[in-house]
Write a protein that binds this ligand. Structure first.
Ligand code: SAM
Length: 308
């Protein structure tokens, strides 16, 4: 998955993605309406009242730039305050689209560490549908042997060598034979890299997923899937066209919260996306509270200057 999405020469995000939205392979709520940008602007204003010293705002993984555009638009007169806007983006294709849409008022970075260093560690951070693009490890439960086996490509089962202490899936042994689950060592490693550079601020995480094991209720094949021209692909079709289609998996928020806690960051709040958007979206743009509106979660983590 890491190579299919991020190989410098042949990866989907690095080379072949056309855009995010109706004319790409998948759309996100940022590309469908400006409501998410308005809701994030309201979140940012309320966080600024708690930590008014912060002057830097960082979006990670900004797609076609729609979200940063609607976020800035919704700031109104707050834009006159001396804020610096940053985007962390690893895809050169998407970065060019962002630069065209947003002009020269943004600072672009290849990684969050350098954005935080430029902000002297004090920043508000947000990201929408970033984590679901991180490479996942796929495992399958073998009930006879009472153990998880890792699924490799081409499909074959192998013993895994991952530490169960960090991944709730690997500590769970009550699934039916053949249940597939994913987990994300890549996200844990990423968090461990940049959190030492963050001194104060708040982070808003928006992504699809759920707590474990509820995430896998009625999903015996797990959540790994691919998208090509808005078609959802499952099974071995996920491995077709490597580098030419998006691959994604839901986020296990039990693990995500635990990894951040391990790094000294407690979760300050959690809502569904429907709840987060309700005060900011016109009724026609509200998400189905039983569908996408509840599949997506909005989590806030805060680091207060005096805490560390
Ligand atoms: C699924 S798209 C979501 C785009 C956008 N946030 C939206 O709401 O439309 C994932 C985005 O994250 C970027 N990305 C993936 N991994 C990244 C990483 N490690 N650091 C920064 N950006 C990353 C991709 O290039 C892309 O812009």
């Amino acid at each position: 998955m890491a190579r299919a999405l991020f190989d410098p020469e042949r990866g989907y995000y690095t080379r072949h993605i056309r855009t995010v939205g109706r004319s790409g392979d998948f759309a996100t709520s940022s590309t469908l309406s400006p409501s998410l940008g308005s809701a994030i602007a309201a979140w940012f204003k309320s966080e600024s009242r708690i930590q008014p010293h912060i002057r830097h705002i960082i979006e990670i993984g900004a797609g076609d730039g729609s979200l940063m555009a609607s976020f800035r638009q919704s700031l109104g007169w707050w834009k006159r305050r001396p804020y610096t806007f940053h985007i962390v983006e690893t895809s050169t294709v998407l970065r060019e689209q962002q630069q065209k849409r947003l002009g020269g008022k943004i600072h672009w970075h290849n990684d969050l560490e350098s954005a935080l260093d430029q902000a002297q560690g004090h920043a508000f951070i947000y990201h929408n549908e970033l984590l679901d693009a991180f490479p996942a490890t796929l495992v399958q439960w073998n009930a006879a042997e009472q153990r998880w086996l890792e699924v490799w490509v081409p499909e074959a089962l192998h013993q895994h060598h991952l530490d169960a202490a960090f991944f709730s899936v690997l500590r769970h042994a009550t699934f039916k034979d053949g249940q597939r689950c994913e987990f994300h060592p890549s996200i844990r490693n990423w968090l461990r890299r940049w959190t030492p550079h963050w001194k104060s601020g708040a982070m808003l995480t928006i992504d699809y997923g759920d707590d474990f094991p509820r995430l896998y209720h009625r999903r015996p094949h797990g959540t790994l899937r691919a998208y090509l021209l808005h078609q959802r692909l499952t099974g071995t079709d996920i491995y077709a066209n490597p580098g030419r289609q998006d691959i994604t998996a839901d986020i296990n928020f039990t693990d995500y919260a635990a990894w951040l806690r391990e790094l000294g960051l407690e979760q300050a709040s959690r809502q569904t996306l429907a709840e987060f958007l309700r005060p900011h979206a016109p009724p026609a743009q509200l998400l189905d509270p039983d569908g996408a509106g509840s599949a997506f979660k909005c989590l806030v983590h805060r680091r207060l200057a005096c805490a560390s």
